[in-house]
Design a protein around this ligand. Structure first.
Ligand SMILES: [Fe+2]
Ligand SMILES: [Fe+2]
Length: 406
């Protein structure tokens, strides 16, 4: 039987620099069978191309002639709200990021590798599917209007990201000193890392050592999470987030651990910011829940695409996947699966009965058995509770390394 041919997803790249456009074209040539790639060297030709044949994903430079990239993306947002908008920028100043975040779903800084570019486009396509499924842009407007404000990017994390994206990046020492400017934050992070909840306990328990052990990105994400929890004040959700993050990082394996950790740590931020809006946020066939809202919010705060994707799909990790993608085990896919399974186990640990999708467990290649992961969850939960118990005279610190169950 003749089956209808699946329409290729269209990706439009816009940049006034011919060298950038041809580098993009070369990098994605091997994806020609999979995607319909289009290129425009000016705002006018890009707008005309979008009118003639709207793209699912638009990847644009930020410095375009005329009114510039921001005004161009605002026009796209108005006329094609379901198109996922990605900015590929060579320069990254805080003011520029802040402006771009109002109009772009994803903000990516150069240089990028061929594999990263493929990953960015895939994540943007997943975001496009998410926007279509949930009718998200309209609902976000309604939420923002009814709340009278969209949450402000927590200051300490915003400052860290600005430094990370600066020409020289950020060193471990610099990150440690930025965090130490807020002694409460520094102490909170030390309590978490020294509890053993996240795995290895850093030698001598110093913040700088903790950053070297767990990585700059993981500690930056912890800063963001702690700022959010301080603002929203939900101790049960804080425990749930930390437990989920520790499990997800351990499940994901080395390559995807960082993405899985951050996505699991922040997966329920939509719930924290909009606890009362959840039942109201439904449009058309799609329901807009805290997963989609949280993912969208974090996209506007510059989180990497695999983190956004894993957050958005943490309740339905196999949603919006075509057959080929579902078979792949790239970082975003592993982070999706790890985030879902870790969330499920952490929810079981607090007495809930979540559905853990078998396909996600299979993606993580555990051999289908979660019993040893349940034991690890109980162990981590007990460590956290011991550390946080007011009656405990001991810190709960435990230098035993958390290992991935076989
Ligand atoms: Fe959730
Ligand atoms: Fe959760």
């Amino acid at each position: 039987m003749c089956r209808p041919r699946k329409r290729k997803k269209r990706i439009l790249f816009v940049d006034s620099d011919a060298f950038v456009l041809s580098a993009l074209r070369r990098s994605l040539r091997c994806r020609d069978m999979e995607w319909q790639l289009a290129f425009a060297a000016s705002v006018d030709s890009a707008l005309a191309a979008m009118e003639a044949n709207p793209a699912q994903v638009l990847v644009s430079g930020i410095t375009l002639p005329g009114e510039g990239g921001i005004a161009f993306l605002e026009a796209i947002e108005r006329n094609h709200p379901a198109t996922a908008r990605v900015i590929l920028s060579g320069v990254c100043m805080y003011d520029e990021v802040a402006r771009a975040q109002r109009v772009a779903h994803l903000y990516v800084t150069k240089p990028w590798s061929k594999n990263q570019l493929t990953q960015i486009v895939r994540s943007a396509l997943a975001l496009h599917d998410l926007l279509c499924l949930s009718g998200l842009p309209g609902a976000l407007t309604r939420v923002a209007v009814s709340e009278a404000q969209w949450p402000e990017w927590p200051r300490q994390h915003a400052a860290i990201v600005e430094r990370m994206h600066s020409a020289n990046g950020i060193t471990v020492r610099e990150l440690a000193s930025m965090i130490e400017q807020n002694p409460d934050m520094a102490q909170r992070l030390l309590n978490i890392v020294n509890s053993g909840l996240l795995g290895a306990t850093p030698l001598r328990g110093k913040l700088e050592h903790a950053i070297r052990v767990f990585g700059i990105n993981a500690l930056s994400s912890l800063v963001l999470a702690m700022e959010i929890f301080a603002a929203t004040g939900n101790a049960d959700e804080e425990r749930h987030a930390l437990l989920s993050a520790a499990l997800a990082a351990s499940m994901a394996g080395r390559d995807a651990a960082e993405y899985a950790f951050t996505a699991a740590l922040l997966h329920d931020v939509g719930l924290l910011y909009w606890p009362d809006h959840e039942p109201e946020c439904t449009t058309g066939d799609g329901a807009i829940g805290h997963a989609e809202l949280g993912a969208y919010l974090l996209a506007t705060w510059g989180m990497p695409a695999p983190v956004i994707e894993a957050m958005a799909h943490h309740h339905h990790p196999m949603r919006n996947l075509d057959a080929e993608r579902a078979q792949e085990r790239d970082c975003a896919m592993v982070a999706r699966a790890a985030g879902h399974v870790a969330d499920g186990l952490a929810n079981e640990n607090r007495g809930r009965s979540p559905v853990i999708e078998q396909a996600a467990v299979d993606t993580l290649q555990f051999g289908g058995d979660l019993s040893s992961w349940r034991e690890l969850t109980a162990d981590l939960g007990a460590r956290y509770d011991a550390k946080n118990s007011k009656n405990s005279r001991h810190s709960g610190s435990n230098s035993r390394r958390v290992t991935r169950p076989k």
